[in-house]
Design a protein around this ligand. Structure first.
Ligand code: CO8
Length: 300
């Protein structure tokens, strides 16, 4: 059922969409060709844009765990910017092409034993990714089809809606405290905006990774869906959100998110310095090394 105040599902591209403003191609005067799908792929992300629905799918394909390395984040920002500037695109679905993993979060090797210059570049890319995704004008839906700790959780939290696979083996959360590090204020702000202060505080202090049913219960994800229904559900959610006039939805989104976005923009350089001085501490480096060793031992 459609919540009050939301227009019913729209099966035709609405007249007010960004796509509708695109001039018809001379080769396709009707503009309604056979659901053309434009694909662009780089090393770590595959993007498929369905021009008739105006929805793009961004699939993370960086095995083994879609960790958010500098290269991954750079590709992510470039892909998102391309879609943002493409009038044929009104919505993006983020998902993973790697079985069982949405994203393992920030690539820990980028934060271990590197130079100050590297930490600066890396952290700027992390900030940029969040600023672009959280501030996107497009409708953003995360299809969390596997585990999604820390930075992976942040990507999902930055979307407008989260659908997770109904499997208690997969968990999601901001588990930074378990690594002996602290989630930055804008990770925390994004989390609070989704689940509220109390739930966020407990979860952050404990560094909790919530199995899918629990994540749903605390509102960290909006819906749980069996694996085989994920794409169908994502398309239905997209259609519901795209049934509204873009300008009204975009201004509303901006009204809800602006204060949190502005806070990072105003303190961006300070945030980079904080990251560098925190991550460069020998005690923090030691915690990260031990955590990586623990991951490797768990395997053997
Ligand atoms: N970064 C780099 N490498 C990773 C990461 C990662 N985040 N996660 C896993 N790997 C590596 C593993 O070490 C392993 O490498 P190898 O094959 O060489 O041994 C390989 O990926 C596969 O990992 P697993 O064998 O563990 O794969 P599983 O399928 O069994 O498990 C999981 C997948 C559940 C994702 C598991 O790997 C895991 O829990 N990973 C750690 C996730 C995590 O805790 N991420 C937090 C990153 S920190 C972050 O995102 C925010 C930081 C904010 C910084 C603020 C500072 C101020």
């Amino acid at each position: 059922s459609v919540p009050p105040g939301v227009l019913p599902l729209c099966h035709q591209p609405p007249a007010w969409g960004r796509g509708a403003r695109q001039p018809p191609s001379p080769l396709q005067p009707s503009g309604l060709l056979l659901a053309p799908c434009r694909t662009f792929s780089n090393n770590k992300i595959l993007v498929e844009l369905n021009e008739s629905s105006g929805v793009a799918m961004m699939k993370f394909k960086s095995p083994p765990v879609n960790s958010l390395s500098l290269d991954f984040l750079t590709e992510f920002c470039i892909s998102l910017e391309k879609l943002e500037n493409d009038r044929a695109c009104r919505g993006v679905i983020l998902t993973s092409a790697v079985p069982k993993i949405f994203s393992s979060g920030l690539d820990i090797t980028e934060m271990c034993g590197k130079s100050t210059e590297h930490y600066t570049e890396f952290w700027r890319a992390v900030q940029e990714t969040w600023l672009r995704l959280y501030g996107s004008n497009m409708v953003t839906v995360a299809v969390v089809n596997g585990s999604s700790p820390a930075g992976g959780c942040l990507l999902a939290l930055s979307c407008d809606y989260r659908i997770m696979v109904e499997n208690p083996k997969f968990s999601i959360g901001l588990n930074e405290a378990q690594l002996g590090i602290v989630a930055p204020f804008w990770f925390k702000d994004t989390f609070v905006n989704v689940v509220g202060h109390r739930v966020a505080e407990r979860s952050l202090q404990l560094g909790s990774l919530h199995p899918a049913p629990e994540a749903h219960k605390i509102g960290l994800v909006d819906e749980l869906v069996p694996e085989e229904k994920l794409q169908e559900k994502a398309a239905a959610v997209m259609a519901q959100w795209l049934a509204l006039p873009d300008h009204a939805r975009q201004l509303t989104k901006s009204m809800m998110r602006k204060a949190v976005l502005d806070r990072l923009v105003a303190h961006r350089e300070e945030d980079i310095q904080n990251f560098i001085s925190f991550i460069s501490k020998e005690s923090i480096q030691k915690s990260l090394r031990m955590y990586m060793e623990m991951l490797k031992k768990k395997k053997s």
